[in-house]
Design a protein around this ligand. Structure first.
Ligand SMILES: *Cc1c(COP(=O)(O)O)cnc(C)c1O
Length: 695
């Protein structure tokens, strides 16, 4: 019995549990309230649950066999032969380093804010699936991105929750003498000490750098306190820790890294540190070293707008890099400053651009969808002697966003290991229409239960009486066409487009023969008043007498909410202003769950869409119309397609009540898209086209 606890502990300390449904469900089964209380954190769960209660629960609920099965699956997963060694060679030592400012791996680890982080998390998970010799490097933020609460007035408030690292699935990196590993970086006026937390993501290690040490000044300890918090000085400090500190960690670990992947420009200072190390090691000058490092840096850009990129003033840059340039590298600070410009010397420049630093130093550059690659090429018009921008379309880690119900349907029809067969989706037609439809209804009902519980809990928390909280049992209709819209509330994503013609919307949702309902969720950046206004607008619509219970807003969009939404929604709506969505990934998460996409042809949907896979909203981005007119025209197209194509298809049923046309579309969506828009395909592309081609 005691033995089982050791196994559980081992399971808890590897994030493999975050995509193994049985593992997640096991903790839930032991005690659902405690599992929720822990924030879906098995380490906290095991540390704080009463041990004899735990043993008793395992015994009474007969969970011993389950624990053994999960443990064996886990060990088999780690040990199975994987893509990398089949195609290339086998190696124990990491050769690829992936740098990102945020990682979205699972809900209890709040070191991400949104899409970029979730993509980094999925990159690590798929690298593990494929057996890549890769490590991740990031920052250990003590406060993650904020938790959102919508107050009684319908306004977003922010709550910063602390990450208790000693109670999370990670441990402090120690050397052979069991002393914590320390890295140092010189800042203006002080040396900043860094400790390192290690997280296991399957076979992959993620190292998180943390400046919260007693040796540091109070000011310096706060460098890694909050993700994307503070001013540009905080930003440059965090990015120095990530880029320069990250390379120092690699040196300290004695790794021979052959490919350095800069996921977005935040980590680009690593280019300086690599050049410095090369100069010292081979006794060459700056330009020679730069050339030598060029072929092994890979830069992935994620934003199609110049405003999305980190830019520092010359004064700030000089403050932080003068001593580093002169004393550590042995060049003028001007020389380093030029790296932040595309055409140094051509015009007087006062700004240091992190993307330019990355571009000037990377032998591989890519955008994150075909369209975004094109847009980036036009936006930057890179000089001919720079690497040209390619594209690798984003994906999602399928198992992390697949409902356990869908997983068991696939297991029943295919095999337990269906996920390892990359051609599995070509067999989707083997699944009976009835079973696809039953899977959909089940997934949707799980989502509705989740919504009811969240709304009820919030009411109880705010002091509502029994009658009022009991009313939540009737929220949402399990038979209605359920449309999801969840993403950051940035103005370009147009979270309120569907409300443009409120009369028309009311007509759509209140058709009692063909009911339609919407579930919204998403955060606005704390400083983005425009985004917060959008949220409050939607909340007030959700309280409108004619829209009540047909428009729902779920507080605090994060990975757990996202997973429930993408598992349960029938249709996923996305209507950004083209071409501002570089890729978008939430729509990819619905595919294997049997959800369908309805979107502007932007980002990934520009290449994923075909009339048999889903629907498009017409875009007027290329027409000569004002923004205002464009929104109006695109909203019209949205309503038109919804009324004339989507709703009729959903409600055309055969004698058994099955919407055969809809199910047919689900099957083609899965067949044509699920095998492409996943991070397994994506990481293979990075591996084959970039990582294994570095020089
Ligand atoms: C998938 C995901 C995103 C990214 O979705 P987009 O479509 O790119 O907006 C953001 N946040 C969370 C929590 C996610 O799971």
């Amino acid at each position: 019995m005691q033995n089982l606890l050791f196994l559980l502990k081992e399971i808890a300390f590897n994030l493999y549990w975050s995509w193994n449904k049985d593992a997640m469900e096991l903790f839930n089964e032991i005690n659902p309230d405690f599992w929720n209380w822990s924030g879906h954190n098995p380490v906290k769960f095991l540390n704080e649950i009463n041990q004899s209660y735990l043993l008793d629960a395992i015994d009474k609920k007969n969970l011993g066999g389950k624990i053994l099965t999960i443990y064996n699956d886990f060990k088999n997963y780690l040990g199975r032969e994987k893509y990398f060694e089949q195609k290339y060679y086998s190696t124990e030592k990491p050769e690829i380093a992936y740098f990102s400012a945020e990682y979205g791996l699972t809900e209890c680890l709040k070191i991400y804010s949104g899409g970029l982080g979730v993509l980094s998390g999925d990159h690590l998970k798929s690298s593990s699936d494929l057996g890549l010799p890769l490590i991740g490097i990031g920052l250990a933020y003590h406060y993650g991105f904020f938790a959102q609460m919508i107050n009684r007035k319908g306004w977003q408030t922010e709550n910063y929750e602390i990450n208790e690292f000693q109670n999370l699935p990670l441990y402090l990196l120690r050397d052979d003498n069991y002393n914590p590993v320390r890295i140092e970086v010189q800042f203006p006026g002080s040396v900043v000490c860094i400790q390192v937390w290690v997280l296991h993501v399957g076979n992959i290690k993620l190292y998180l750098l943390d400046a919260t040490l007693p040796e540091n000044t109070v000011e310096d300890r706060r460098i890694t306190d909050i993700l994307y918090g503070g001013d540009t000085e905080k930003r440059i400090s965090q990015e120095i820790i990530l880029g320069i500190g990250g390379i120092r960690l690699i040196e300290k670990l004695g790794l021979e890294i052959k490919a350095f992947h800069l996921n977005e420009g935040h980590s680009a200072f690593l280019c300086f540190e690599r050049i410095k190390n090369y100069m010292k090691k081979y006794n060459v000058n700056y330009d020679e070293a730069k050339k030598a490092c060029y072929g092994s840096n890979i830069f992935t850009t994620h934003t199609p707008v110049p405003a999305g990129i980190d830019i520092f003033t010359k004064d700030l840059f000089v403050k932080y890099f003068k001593s580093y340039a002169e004393n550590e590298i042995g060049v003028s600070v001007e020389k380093l400053f030029y790296e932040g410009d595309l055409n140094p010397g051509k015009a007087e420049n006062h700004q240091f651009n992190m993307a330019y630093l990355a571009i000037n130093n990377s032998g591989f550059i890519n955008g994150v969808s075909r369209l975004h690659g094109e847009v980036s090429r036009k936006m930057w018009m890179l000089p001919e002697d720079r690497t040209q921008i390619e594209s690798i379309t984003n994906g999602v880690h399928t198992l992390s966003y697949l409902s356990s119900n869908s997983n068991s349907v696939y297991t029943r029809y295919f095999t337990k290991d269906w996920i390892y067969d990359e051609n599995i989706w070509s067999r989707i037609d083997e699944i009976a229409d009835e079973d696809i439809w039953a899977m959909r209804l089940f997934n949707k009902y799980e989502l509705i239960k989740f919504c009811r519980k969240r709304i009820k809990d919030k009411l109880i928390y705010s002091g509502a009486d029994k009658i009022k909280s009991a009313e939540t049992e009737g929220i949402l209709n399990p038979d209605a066409l359920t449309i999801g819209f969840a993403r950051r509330f940035a103005t370009y994503k147009r979270g309120n487009l569907i409300f443009r013609d409120i009369g028309r919307l009311k007509k759509i949702v209140s058709n009692s023969q063909k009911p339609v309902q919407f579930i919204f969720s998403g955060k606005a950046h704390p400083k983005d008043e425009g985004g917060k206004n959008l949220i409050s607008e939607i909340i007030s619509y959700s309280n409108d007498r004619d829209l009540k219970n047909k428009i729902i807003f779920l507080d605090n969009y994060e990975i757990n909410v996202a997973r429930h939404l993408v598992e349960g929604c029938d249709l996923w709506l996305n209507n950004p202003r083209k071409p501002l969505e570089a890729s978008g990934t939430s729509g990819m998460k619905v595919i294997a769950n049997g959800g369908l996409n309805f979107s502007i042809l932007d980002g990934w949907w520009d290449e994923g869409y075909s009339a048999e896979n889903g629907w498009k909203i017409d875009s007027f981005a290329d027409e000569k119309v004002s923004l205002e007119e464009r929104d109006a025209l695109e909203a019209k197209s949205l309503y038109h397609t919804l009324e004339n194509e989507i709703i009729p298809l959903f409600y055309t049923r055969n004698g058994n009540g099955i919407p055969f046309g809809w199910v047919k579309m689900i099957k083609s969506s899965i067949k044509n898209l699920a095998g492409i828009y996943n991070t397994g395909r994506m990481v293979k592309e990075y591996c084959d086209r970039f990582y294994m081609k570095t020089k």
